[in-house]
Design a protein around this ligand. Structure first.
Ligand SMILES: NC(=O)c1ccc[n+]([C@@H]2O[C@H](COP(=O)([O-])OP(=O)(O)OC[C@H]3O[C@@H](n4cnc5c(N)ncnc54)[C@H](O)[C@@H]3O)[C@@H](O)[C@H]2O)c1
Length: 394
């Protein structure tokens, strides 16, 4: 059996490699020709992904063939689609990339083939949109082909091990599709479970994101209250947490491709149905987390005012600009949003991030500084403010 993986990004390439490592021939389709060439030479485009180097060296260009041409996947019987789904400034998903991937697969579809969508989507997308795109292009009807959803639940940096250990779910657009997807996924993902529908599988992934967002929102709110009351939040959290109480860590907000995006899928769906009160907590948490940059900016300004320099001459270093510590990714980064907010306030803002070079920072239109040369350092991950060495007279 040949398996196609459509989209060889941070999510698609690990699964394509794990499938190849389980003994299947894999055709990876990606519009990025340079990336495909590299993979076929055994080069890993995501070096921070643990365990991926070995798999790409072992299978790239051999039993994992990367190509920009969908036609090269025409002999495949299984198509796993994991292309990005971006949202616009109003949080409305833009399905163009996904539609193009499905229509291209639809043109190759044969009776008995299975298509699985792994990109996180609004509930109903697989059963409605994906089914329609495939049926229109292939001339086949669901029942002649199988269609399922299996959300990707990896975590960048740990994707290979997560695929081997973390529970994965599959749900079909109909019963037969769910069973077929389970039978096939079991061959390369050890811990896989069948749920009653594609809609349930889609919902599972979104509510994980909502849980994280709401809980981070709660932690952020409690931090502000603790601060106002003169209470050490971290000390209180340590003793408050137990089996039934898991207060998360506060932050500058929530970034990345996933958590800040998924609650909106449900909020927008409820708005469409005029059930505005159904997603109030989700919306409030989103707003609360997004507003944290304002809270930190205010604290930074107050700290600067305590220094022995005019405010606009204080060199502020924002340390850590990625959305998560250790991951070189700026998508929806609230740390970067904090830098921009401070710049808009007319402050003298510099950045430092060990994952970026001075040149890379310059290309983003930002100024680089070594923390020891700043008057004030704000550590975005530790949420700590420190006076720089020059202020301390060292
Ligand atoms: N990265 C993660 O940690 C993560 C975790 C869970 C779920 N996901 C899901 O995976 C989806 C994809 O995320 P990613 O991180 O892999 O994105 P990515 O940007 O790293 O990769 C996407 C890949 O798709 C390719 N592509 C774009 N249009 C295409 C097309 N029409 N046909 C074929 N290939 C095409 C791009 O060239 C790119 O290589 C996300 O939308 C999300 O739902 C990602």
């Amino acid at each position: 059996m040949k398996i196609a993986v459509i989209g060889l990004g941070k999510a698609g390439l690990p699964i394509a490699s794990v499938i190849a490592d389980s003994g299947f021939e894999v055709v990876g389709v990606d519009i990025d020709e340079r990336k495909c060439e590299g993979i076929n030479k055994g080069e890993n485009p995501i070096p921070e992904e643990m365990g991926l180097d070995v798999l790409i060296k072992r299978h790239g260009g051999k039993d994992l063939i990367a190509t920009a041409n969908y036609e090269d996947a025409k002999e495949c019987e299984v198509f796993i689609i994991i292309v990005p789904l971006f949202t616009d400034e109003n949080h409305i998903p833009d399905y163009r990339i996904m539609e193009s991937a499905f229509r291209n697969v639809g043109r190759l579809l044969k009776k008995g083939d299975l298509v699985v969508l792994e990109t996180s989507v609004s509930p109903g997308t697989t059963e409605e949109r994906a089914r329609k795109w495939l049926e229109e292009e292939s001339g086949l009807k669901l029942g002649e082909f199988y269609l399922a959803h299996s959300p990707e639940r990896i975590m960048t940096g740990f994707s290979v091990s997560r695929l081997k250990e973390f529970p994965k779910v599959v749900g079909g657009a109909d019963r037969e599709s769910g069973e077929k997807a389970l039978e096939i996924y079991k061959k390369f993902v050890p811990n896989v479970h069948l749920v009653s529908s594609a809609r349930v599988a889609e919902f599972i992934k979104l509510i994980e994101g909502c849980y994280r967002d709401v809980n981070i929102g709660l932690a952020n709110e409690l931090l502000k209250i603790a601060d106002e009351l003169g209470v050490d939040f971290y000390e209180a959290r340590e003793y408050a947490n137990h089996e039934y109480c898991q207060i998360h860590l506060p932050s500058t907000g929530v970034g990345g491709h996933c958590i800040p995006v998924y609650p909106w899928f449900l909020i927008k769906e409820m708005e469409k149905r005029e059930k505005f009160d159904h997603a109030r907590l989700l919306r409030t948490s989103r707003e609360l987390n997004d507003e944290m940059v304002g809270y930190w900016a205010e604290k930074i300004v107050l700290e600067c005012m305590g220094l022995n320099k005019p405010l606009n001459e204080v060199k502020i270093c924002v340390k850590g600009i990625t959305f998560r510590e250790g991951v070189k990714e700026l998508y929806h980064s609230r740390n970067l949003a904090l830098v921009k907010l401070l710049m808009r306030k007319g402050l003298n803002v510099y950045v430092y991030d060990e994952l970026f070079t001075e040149d890379e920072v310059g290309e983003m239109g930002l100024m680089w500084i070594e923390p020891e040369d700043a008057d004030l350092v704000f550590d975005c991950f530790g949420l700590k403010m420190e006076r720089g060495q020059c202020q301390l007279g060292r």
